[in-house]
Write a protein that binds this ligand. Structure first.
Ligand code: GDP
Length: 442
């Protein structure tokens, strides 16, 4: 999307398409009021007020509506905006949209209203991203936290950090540019300042893992040799017959994924049995297994309790020993002797499945949204990590009393990384990528 071409008038349906009480069509841009005057029977509308009337196409009435006009710059996008509230129902909404298009607007792209809000400085990028988070949030906790970002909590903190960096950079640069008049800042001051700023960045990043978990959930892979009951466990956890269960070794040939709701979304991955493949399809499945094991946040290693742990099981355990894992003895219905250390289940009878869910919840899904001060997404985390890395370099350089000219280069990089976070400095590509994940009409 080219920024220069953006300021034509756009429109879209802002409510979900379907049968409902009310449908909303939004128009934004210079021509928004001209367009509405052509199709609305009440042309003397007042801004920020409900204006009642009919939408007409020539002498044909399309619907009785309420029109809500917002005058620039006091609108969501910062432009003239009109919202038409009509009766819900696919056809009415579509007919009005077509009429608006016919009268000079063009169809908005995904997230284009919010993109304009950002480009017109109605919000910074962290707030625009919070809009997407609220729309897409899978849990109510996450929606609440994203609301904090929309109100500017992250933006304010980043601006404070940015100001700190700017201040120290100004002092260094002033001394470089005017060596006669301005003294170089002391190295002690530099190291202390960099340390303070780094610890502020660390505070923002402290919530990164929890933010990511709340946003994406976690992935849990079920691993084990063929026929130990992985697919049966997958089904038992999900209460459905998603995976094909057979007693022929190696029948789960691809990797199955389903979402399990344990407060946060848990993607459950059933991997193909890991053993030396006897045919091509199976080998591919096994390769996928190893990949999904690498990606998973937790691995549930399953063995057959009636057979105990043998060499093949040990080979898989070796593969996952450094990853977060729990060991599960399945087919407990076939044995009588048990010990206290092992998690016993029976995917067949359902024994131990609820306990296992609880173990999963307490082991990996424990997040405390209340304690989360700052929510960040992965793009923002990358920017923060870059700023931190640059400041670490500046810190090391000041500890060894490096030339301040050189130190200033790292400090500038830190500043640029934060400018990218807030959107002060951003390329079209990155912007497109961010707004790509919005829906049309927002
Ligand atoms: P996978 O190859 O590891 O995915 O194993 P499956 O889930 O396909 O199960 C292999 C066989 O073991 C099937 O015949 C299942 O019915 C059986 N099975 C799975 N879990 C249990 C269990 O807890 N108890 C008993 N007795 N049989 C089980």
């Amino acid at each position: 999307m080219n920024i220069l071409e953006e300021f034509d008038t756009i429109t879209a349906i802002s409510t979900p398409l379907g049968t409902g009480g009310v449908g909303i069509i939004r128009i934004s841009g210079d021509k928004a009021f001209d367009i509405i005057k052509k199709i609305f029977t009440n042309p003397n509308f007042e801004p920020r007020k409900f204006n009642h009337g009919r939408i007409t196409d020539g002498d044909k009435t399309i619907d009785e509506v309420i029109v809500l006009p917002f005058f620039a710059p006091n609108s969501y996008t910062g432009e003239n905006v009109v919202e038409i509230q009509c009766h819900g129902g696919i056809n009415v909404v579509k007919n009005i949209l077509e009429l608006v298009l016919k009268n000079g607007a063009r169809m908005a792209e995904k997230g284009e209203f919010t993109k304009r809000a950002f480009l017109n400085k109605r919000m910074d990028l962290s707030q625009a991203e919070a809009v997407a988070d609220i729309i897409h949030s899978k849990t109510s906790d996450f929606a609440k936290i994203s609301m904090k970002n929309l109100s500017g909590v992250l933006k304010d903190e980043i601006n404070k950090i940015r100001n700190d960096i700017f201040e120290v950079l100004s002092k260094i640069v002033a001394a470089i540019d005017f060596p006669e008049e301005v003294n170089e800042p002391e190295y002690k001051y530099l190291t202390e300042t960099f340390e303070k700023i780094i610890s502020k960045i660390n505070k923002v990043l402290a919530g990164a893992r929890t933010s990511n978990i709340m946003r994406q959930g976690i992935s849990v892979a079920i691993a084990g040799k063929p026929n130990v009951g992985k697919s049966s466990l997958f089904n038992a956890l999900l209460n459905l017959e998603r995976a094909i269960v057979t007693d022929i070794a190696g029948t789960t040939r691809d990797v199955l994924r389903e979402t399990l709701d344990l407060g946060i979304p848990v993607t459950l991955i059933d991997t193909a049995g890991i053993h030396e493949g006897s045919n091509k399809v199976e080998e591919i499945g096994i390769e996928y297994s190893k990949q999904s094991l690498n990606e998973a946040d937790l691995i549930m290693f399953v063995y057959d309790a009636s057979q105990g742990i043998n060499e093949d099981d040990n080979a898989i355990l070796e593969l996952i020993k450094d990853k977060n894992h729990i060991i599960i003895a399945n087919k407990a219905d076939l044995i009588s002797n048990r010990n206290n250390q092992t998690v016993y289940i029976s995917a067949l009878t359902g024994e131990g499945i609820n306990d296992l869910k609880q173990t999963l919840t307490s082991k990996v899904c424990k997040v405390e949204p209340e304690s989360l001060e700052f929510v960040t997404n992965s793009r923002q985390q990358v920017c923060l990590e870059r700023a931190k890395e640059a400041l670490n370099q500046a810190l090391i350089a000041s500890q060894i009393r490096e030339l301040q000219d050189l130190i200033s280069i790292d400090v500038k990089s830190a500043l640029l990384a934060l400018d990218e976070l807030t959107g002060e400095l951003i390329t079209d590509d990155i912007l497109d990528n961010i707004f790509e994940h919005f829906c049309i009409g927002k």
